[in-house]
Design a protein around this ligand. Structure first.
Ligand SMILES: [Zn+2]
Ligand SMILES: [Zn+2]
Ligand SMILES: [Zn+2]
Length: 345
């Protein structure tokens, strides 16, 4: 009696599931649902990948495993050992947040979110799931968070503090390019990346504040020695909010009052209004009024929605460049990768 191998009752948000039985018989039925892939994994290596459909396992549709087994006499009549790892191909939200430093060694604390999906299931299982023995979604998410943070720390260390703050949109586009490459090396596609908060120490914050007003760097350094500067700064817009580390509005062009803050119900930390998770403790924040307006039908969707509740269009902030195919922030006039002119839609 051939068995049916299937990821039953996959929960929303689950990225991976390993079929609990390692003994597979020829003739077993493998059912792969929409937005899933099933990867055969054996002795630390990923082999054949099955896409959506119902598959009766034979030597014909398992050519890679068959090649490995073919040294065993009569292998095609006896069961064999392999793990079957199911991977969800849906979009997932990952969180990042870490402390790094800029090119001039200014301390930088940042956090935000990124959207990704598995693009190459075989590579992903080889490099991450099987390679690291991470068969739970929690384990994977924490691995990906660490992986992402490390690369982001590397990338941000190539920019000055002024670049990070003054050109935050551009910076996130540039870092996105690096991270896109890094994720594709482990079989993932980076769909979007959003910084929700970037902080530094008060000293560096003061420096960047003066630089943004057009005062030269030399002058800023001279002024820093003056006590009066420190006093006036403590009363200036954008200065410390709440206790602990200050959150700076992303762009100085925006009046600080326009940046609504949201207090974490768990730890009291003041987060930028657009945050969904606390930058201090990671707790979930109350959704704020507003949300995402669909560019297609104008429907107002809740914060964090990925697809419009009314018309189903994706609400993502990125577009594909028609010329080179790289992800571009919606509203950009030119592709940062190839320079092609982009139409505004
Ligand atoms: Zn908190
Ligand atoms: Zn819509
Ligand atoms: Zn392009």
């Amino acid at each position: 009696m051939p068995k049916v191998i299937e990821w039953r009752d996959a929960r929303e948000g689950e990225l991976v599931w390993r079929y609990p039985v390692d003994e597979i018989a020829w003739g077993d039925n493998l059912i792969v649902h929409e937005y899933e892939a099933a990867v055969f994994f054996r002795d630390g290596k990923a082999y054949d990948v099955f896409r959506a459909g119902r598959h009766v396992l034979t030597t014909a549709n398992l050519p890679l495993i068959t090649k490995v087994l073919s040294t065993i006499a009569g292998f095609d009549r006896i069961p064999f050992r392999a793990s079957i790892v199911f991977i969800s191909l849906k979009q997932f939200l990952g969180r990042f947040g870490a402390q790094g430093q800029t090119k001039e060694l200014a301390p930088l604390k940042f956090y935000g979110s990124f959207w990704f999906r598995v693009e190459d299931p075989n590579l992903f299982v080889n490099e991450v799931v099987g390679g690291q023995s991470l068969y739970t979604t929690e384990g994977l998410q924490s691995f990906l968070r660490g992986y992402f943070n490390e690369r982001l720390i590397d990338t941000l260390s190539q920019y000055s503090l002024a670049e990070v703050y003054g050109k935050l949109d551009e910076t996130s586009l540039l870092t996105k390019g690096f991270l896109y490459e890094a994720l594709s090396r482990i079989g993932l596609e980076l769909i979007d990346l959003k910084f929700e908060g970037i902080d530094t120490t008060p000293e560096w914050r003061d420096r960047i504040f003066y630089l943004s007003t057009g005062i030269g760097a030399t002058e800023v350094l001279r002024m820093e020695t003056v006590q009066r500067a420190a006093e006036s700064l403590s009363k200036s817009p954008g200065a410390a909010v709440g206790a602990g580390i200050a959150v700076i509005p992303p762009l100085f062009q925006q009046p600080p009052q326009a940046q609504p803050m949201i207090q974490c119900p768990r730890c009291g930390f003041q987060n930028p209004g657009s945050s969904r998770f606390c930058g201090n403790c990671g707790g979930q924040l109350q959704p704020v009024a507003g949300g995402v307006t669909c560019t297609n039908c104008g429907h107002l969707n809740p914060q964090g929605a990925r697809f419009c509740m009314e018309c189903g269009r994706p609400l993502t902030q990125t577009l594909k460049c028609p010329s080179c195919g790289s992800d571009v922030q919606r509203g950009a006039k030119f592709c940062p990768n190839c320079g092609a002119k982009l139409s505004q839609n």
